[in-house]
Design a protein. Structure first.
Length: 266
């Protein structure tokens, strides 16, 4: 089983990068499942809309994950309960939060569980992702041993900690949120694939996808600034590919991918 995971899609540039490159990328990599983090996909860089969700699906995405900006565009409340392919962090308050924190995808007769969790270090104080993941993984293992987690978190230590905690019980833990792809893709001792952060898909020449001037100005004058998505210049597409033994659920390989508009794939 081969899974393609694409990091945080930012703004119109990020959505257009998916439309432009995903079909060719899928021809080249041949994944059975494509997962995209879409929590920054609107033109203002926070949340997702119904039209963007439908666009990602039509471009060949199988599952869209979210994060701390899940509710930044109120429109999501109108449709998140109507789909199993758009998931938000599982550790939002239980029983009162719309949507689902995981989904199951059929892959040639096997099932892949896709989980979305959010970290708590330097972020909102949500429910404990460790204890909730512990219980959810135990529950899912009755159905499948192929389990992929998008862990949306700020601290590298928290990302690695949950991956080591779940090592051997899930197939992969891939981090999102920081928008900077890390160079530590590896298979942990008990055969769980890990990457601290998959990076972002959007404007390559911005600062984490935002216009540089406003960000730099904030450092210079220490005054609040409205960050705006950069929509000009080159685009970037970042993520990783994970191969999973669908009999054992163990990862057999993980490799990062990173393309910009001035690179040619294939």
């Amino acid at each position: 089983m081969r899974v393609l995971f694409i990091g945080d899609v930012v703004g119109d540039k990020g959505v257009s990068m998916i439309s432009r490159y995903l079909p060719k990328l899928k021809q080249e990599i041949k994944p059975q499942v494509t997962i995209v983090n879409g929590e920054n996909a609107t033109s203002f860089g926070r949340g997702i809309s119904r039209s963007i969700y439908k666009q990602l699906m039509s471009d060949g995405v199988d599952v869209v994950t979210l994060g701390n900006h899940a509710w930044s565009n109120n429109e999501i409340l109108d449709f998140i309960d109507d789909t199993n392919r758009l998931i938000r962090p599982y550790n939002f308050p239980q029983n009162v939060t719309p949507g689902k924190g995981y989904t199951l995808i059929n892959v040639n007769g096997k099932q892949l569980a896709v989980l979305n969790f959010q970290g708590r270090v330097f972020m909102d104080n949500l429910d404990d992702p460790f204890s909730l993941a512990d219980a959810l993984v135990d529950q899912l293992q009755a159905t499948t041993n192929c389990i992929f987690m998008d862990f949306h978190a700020e601290a590298t230590s928290e990302k690695l900690a949950i991956a080591r905690y779940l090592d051997g019980r899930v197939s992969a833990v891939v981090g999102t949120h920081t928008h900077v792809q890390t160079n530590d893709a590896r298979i942990l001792p008990k055969r769980t694939a890990f990457l601290t952060d998959a990076g972002m898909t959007g404007p390559a020449d911005g600062m984490l996808g935002m216009k540089p001037d406003n960000v730099i100005g904030r450092f210079l004058n220490q005054r609040p600034a409205r960050f705006q998505v950069l929509e000009t210049g080159r685009g970037i597409l970042s993520g990783c590919v994970v191969d999973i033994d669908d009999k054992t659920g163990h990862a057999t390989a993980i490799k990062t991918i990173l393309y910009t508009d001035d690179q040619v794939m294939g």
